[in-house]
Ligand binder design. Structure first.
Ligand code: ADP
Ligand code: MG
Length: 288
């Protein structure tokens, strides 16, 4: 049952850009010990830009095929690669077949070859050795790296940089002040994850998470901490949002994330989470 104190707290939250789908969620926030954050689109703006395109083949030809394949995927990295190709005046064509493998990359047949575009572990060969291990430097700069394999041979490495949201650093500091542990979950590699974790100020991070393992990580966090929230924006965050004690969606997130979440940050403003926690602690004092 919703008590008057929580009703007024909910409307107070709404005025401050936080939507609660019920009083129980607000109460849970007062006991919160840890918050898990998705990286891309949550701690970062989720609009990556291609910064480096390294290839052993003809650059324009390679980019033409890669962008034509990625044009069939709606992953933010794919969209960034397409945008980059268009800005270079490249005309896109249709691949013969395509398979989008969530959390790994895409596979396609085009121009009589088999292509794989995605993370290092998705490639059939030791991708990390490409061009004397250039990916290491790129990753340590916080860039996401994407490899391109043609008929079993790595022929390109693409680096993309996403920026940490301007509110992220403040938001995480405010949460630390409330005694809340912050953990970043990402499908990205260890090096890139470490750089973004340092830039944003999360207390810890878990890299190379597959969409399905985010749920397992949340279950473990609940065992370790007790009451845990999850903040995310994507379709693949929905199962983790549902597993958390409090699921928090970014207002500009996908419909599935908004539907699954218990709380919505209407203006994507992460600093509101700490305010909501304060609000819930105040409410608890009034009720008791
Ligand atoms: P995150 O959890 O950081 O949002 P994802 O789980 O969506 O990341 O993807 C993990 C990794 O898989 C990416 O960093 C990228 O290397 C690779 N990947 C996934 N989908 C694609 C794609 N369409 N094109 C290129 N790489 C991809
Ligand atoms: Mg995301």
């Amino acid at each position: 049952s919703i008590m008057p104190a929580s009703l007024s707290a909910i409307s107070n939250g709404a005025r401050h850009g936080i939507l609660f789908k019920g009083g129980a969620h607000l109460e849970n926030l007062s006991n919160l010990k840890a918050i898990a954050f998705d990286k891309t689109g949550t701690l970062t703006r989720g609009k990556p830009v291609v910064t480096d395109f390294l290839t052993s083949e003809d650059e324009a030809d390679t980019l033409q095929v890669v962008a034509s394949i990625e044009n069939q995927s709606n992953h933010p990295l794919a969209q960034a690669i397409v945008k980059h190709a268009r800005s270079e005046g490249i005309q896109l064509t249709q691949p013969d077949s395509l398979e989008d493998i969530s959390g790994w990359g895409v596979k396609a047949v085009m121009d009589g070859s088999e292509w794989k575009i995605g993370k290092a572990d998705f490639m059939g060969t030791a991708a990390s050795n490409f061009m004397d291990g250039r990916y290491e430097t790129l990753a340590s700069e916080g860039k996401t790296t994407v490899f391109v394999e043609r008929d079993g041979v790595i022929i390109a490495l693409i680096a993309l940089k996403d920026v940490v949201r301007k509110e992220t650093v403040d938001a995480l500091k405010l949460l630390a002040d409330e005694g809340v542990e912050t953990i970043m979950l990402t499908g990205d590699n260890e090096k890139t994850a470490r750089a973004i974790a340092q830039e944003s100020g999360v207390s810890s991070f878990i890299a190379e998470c597959l969409p399905e393992t985010k749920v397992d990580e949340l279950k473990l966090l609940k065992q370790d901490f007790g009451t845990v929230a999850m903040v995310g924006d994507g379709i693949n965050d929905a199962p983790a949002l549902a597993t958390a004690n409090v699921g928090i969606a970014m207002g500009e997130g996908t419909d599935v994330a908004l539907e699954t979440a218990d709380v919505v940050l209407m203006k994507n403003d992460l600093t509101r989470i700490a305010e909501a926690i304060k609000l819930s602690k105040r409410m608890k004092r009034i009720v008791q």
